[in-house]
Design a protein around this ligand. Sequence first.
Ligand code: GLU
Length: 449
Amino acid sequence: MPVLHEQLIPVFDEVIARNPGEAEFHQAVREVLESLSPVVGKHPEYADAEVIRRLCEPERQIIFRVPWTDDAGRVQLNRGFRVEFNSALGPYKGGLRFHPSVYLGIVKFLGFEQIFKNALTGLPIGGGKGGSDFDPKGRSAGEIMRFCQSFMTELYRHLGEYTDVPAGDIGVGQREIGYMFGQYKRITNRYESGVLTGKGLSWGGSQVRTEATGYGTVFFVKEMLAATGDSFEGKKVVVSGSGNVAIYAIEKIHQLGGRVIACSDSSGYVVDEAGIDLDLLKLVKVEQRGRISDYARLRGGGARVVTDGSIWDVPCSVALPCATQNELDEVGARRLVENGCQIVAEGANMPTTPGAIRLLREAGVRFAPGKAANAGGVSTSALEMQQNASRDSWSFDYTEERLAEIMRSIHDRSIETAEEYGAPGDYVAGANIAGFIQVADAMLALGIV
Ligand code: GLU
C-alpha cells in the first residue's frame, strides 16, 4: 500500500476507529487521502482548519425503519439510509440505491465519492447518498410502489430543493423516482419538481438524464483517446453490467464507431463478437427485466453466455466496468493487461479494487476513476435542477451538448491538476485533488461549521 503523508495518518486512523467494519468507506477515503499528499505540503491552511478531518465526517446520517406489506399480505421490514455528507457547494445531491448489500458503509463510501465527483462537475451541488437493503428483484410493481411510498414517508422531512435532492442509483430508476415523487407531493402538498432528479419527461424530468451516466463515461473516454490523437473507431470494447449505465455506454460507443463485444449481469456474461444488439439487450433487460442468458438465447448464432468465468478475460482495447463496486480485481486487471487493453474507465462507483488500479497503472494502462468518468449522471441531474428552477425544458441536442462540454471540462481539469501537482497523466490524483480543492476552499470560506 502506498504510504500516506504523515499528517494524514492520524486522519485515516480516526476514520477507521469511528467507522468500524465499514470496509468500502475506508477504501474510498484511503484512495482520496493517498492523492492528497502533495496538497497537504502546499496548503497548510487546510490542516489548520481541519478541513480533511471534517470532510471525512458526514454532516448528518439518517437511518430509519421501512415497513411495507407484500402481495401475500405479510409485513416486510427494511432499513433506509440517507447520508448527507457535505453541503459546502450546494444542497446534498446523490442517488438512492436499493440492493440487499446496502448498509451504512456502502452509503458512506458512495456519499464520500459523491462530494468530489459533484465538485468536479463545476455545478453547485453538495454530496450525499442514500438507499435501502430492499431487494427489488422478483418484486411486483405494487410491492415496489408500496416500498417506495413507505421509504418516502420518512425521508420526505429531510429533503427539499434547497436541502437534499436524491436521484436514482442501482435498483432505482424512473419508475421508483415516480412513486417517491408522488408520495412526496402528496405529503407536502407541493409540486416541488427540484426535490428529486431522474424524473419522467412529462413531470419535470430532463432530456438525456436516462442516458447521461453511460453517455458521459463514453464522452470522457473519447477525450482520453483524443488526447493521443485516437478515437473509438474500430475499437473492441468490453462493458460490464447491463443496467442503465452499461446500456447507454454501449449505445454511445456504437454511435462513435466502436464495437462492444461483451456485457454482463450478476448471473454471467455474454460475448457477441458481431457487437451487442442494443435493441435486444434493452428488450431483455429493461422491458422484460430478464437475465443475460435470455439475450444469448434470443440472439442465437454468434452470441455465447459464460456463467463460470470473468468478463475481463475477453480481449479488448477499452474496458468499462459499469456494474458495481470492486468488480474488477487484480486477477481481472492482469488479464486485461495481458490482452493488450489500453484504457479502463469506471462507469460504476469504485468498481476497481486498489490492487487492480495499481497493477493497471504500473502496466501503463490509462485509468479514469468513477468520480471523473461517471460524473455525467449527476451533472445532468444538476441540469435537470436548473430546468426545474427556471420552469423550462431544454431540447435533447442542447442538453447532450451541455453534458459533452461538462465531461470535456472534467477531463481537462483532472489532467491539468495532475500535471500541476507532479503526477502527469494520473487521472486519479487529478480528479481527487481538483475536487478536493474546490470543496476545501468553500469550507474554509464558510468557517468552522
Ligand atoms: N447515482 C448517480 C451517481 O452515482 C447519480 C446521482 C444523481 O444524479 O444525483 O452519481
